[in-house]
Ligand binder design. Structure first.
Ligand code: F6R
Length: 267
């Protein structure tokens, strides 16, 4: 795991934007994995800026989101589809027909949505780069603690903590879903490269467990220790639970100078 600690939220977004841009320049038809949530907002706004100033295009890009609430349709403002359109897709040149979420509407059989989503990802050639956040309880996607590390896209029941963490986004009389469809942990482990972004002190504990704790289903993000190509981008606050901080900073400097001398490694 490469751990990159940056000063603040803006620097995290800027660095993630650079890494994503590096991929799109060599592979304009890249398949991106995307996420929703507060953490990703600064990144999406950054990418929109890059599109508007002409330095990035998403025209040939395909995207797959990690998750979607169960039974919440695209026209519901709380759906992850609505979030993606509002914060990102509506402002760039991506073809929305090539943007996918594991949506499960009233008429769909939720048991079939997962396998179909897996097939769609497979048929697109797999995900080149997955952007994601981490829950305060260590979840990735909506793979809550105790999720099978071998899981595939399926329905998950959200934990009380996740429901509480997200309640800030719902008004009092609004229905807050307790079920979601999420890419599984094995689905995530299949992607070629992962950028995990975490900001704010409420993520410090989960980040510490993900990077330095044991690999355990009780902190699903810890499984990323077994993935060969993960960069964890943190702001100072999210990094406060790390014991090995000095080494990560030192390694990052070495990696940057290797990149300068030998260029970026691509498949
Ligand atoms: C959302 C997702 C979640 C979030 C995580 C962090 O698509 O997959 O795992 O990334 O809950 O959410 P924020 O960024 O709101 O703290």
């Amino acid at each position: 795991m490469e751990v990159i600690v940056l000063k603040n939220v803006e620097n995290v977004a800027a660095t993630a934007g650079v890494l994503l841009g590096e991929l799109l320049r060599v592979k304009p038809a890249a398949v991106l994995g995307l996420a929703t949530g507060g953490t990703q907002l600064a990144l999406y706004h950054r990418l929109v800026e890059k599109y508007l100033d002409g330095s990035l295009s998403f025209k040939q890009t395909t995207s797959f989101n990690l998750d979607e609430y169960l039974g919440v349709s695209a026209d519901n403002n709380q759906s992850f589809r609505a979030y993606m359109n509002r914060e990102f897709f509506d402002h760039i040149d991506i073809d929305k027909h090539n943007t996918f979420l594991p949506a499960c509407n009233e008429e769909d059989n939720p048991r079939l949505v997962g396998p179909l989503y897996e097939k769609k990802i497979h048929d697109a050639g797999g995900i080149d780069l997955q952007v994601m956040g981490i829950g305060a309880n260590g979840h990735i996607g909506f793979n809550e603690p105790s999720s099978s590390l071998g899981s595939r896209t399926r329905i998950k029941t959200l934990t009380k903590q996740t429901i509480e963490d997200n309640s800030r986004l719902f008004s009092k009389d609004e229905f807050q879903p307790k079920l979601a469809i999420t890419m599984g942990i094995a689905t995530i482990m299949d992607v070629r490269r992962i950028l995990l972004l975490a900001t704010g002190e409420n993520k410090a504990d989960a980040v510490g467990k993900m990077v330095e704790g044991p690999v355990t289903a009780m902190c699903p993000a810890s499984v990323l220790q077994l993935h060969e190509n993960v960069s964890v981008l943190l702001d100072e606050k999210a990094a406060t639970g790390l014991k090995n901080r000095q080494y990560y900073d030192w390694t990052y400097r070495q990696n940057e100078s290797l990149k300068e001398r030998f260029g970026i490694l691509h498949e």
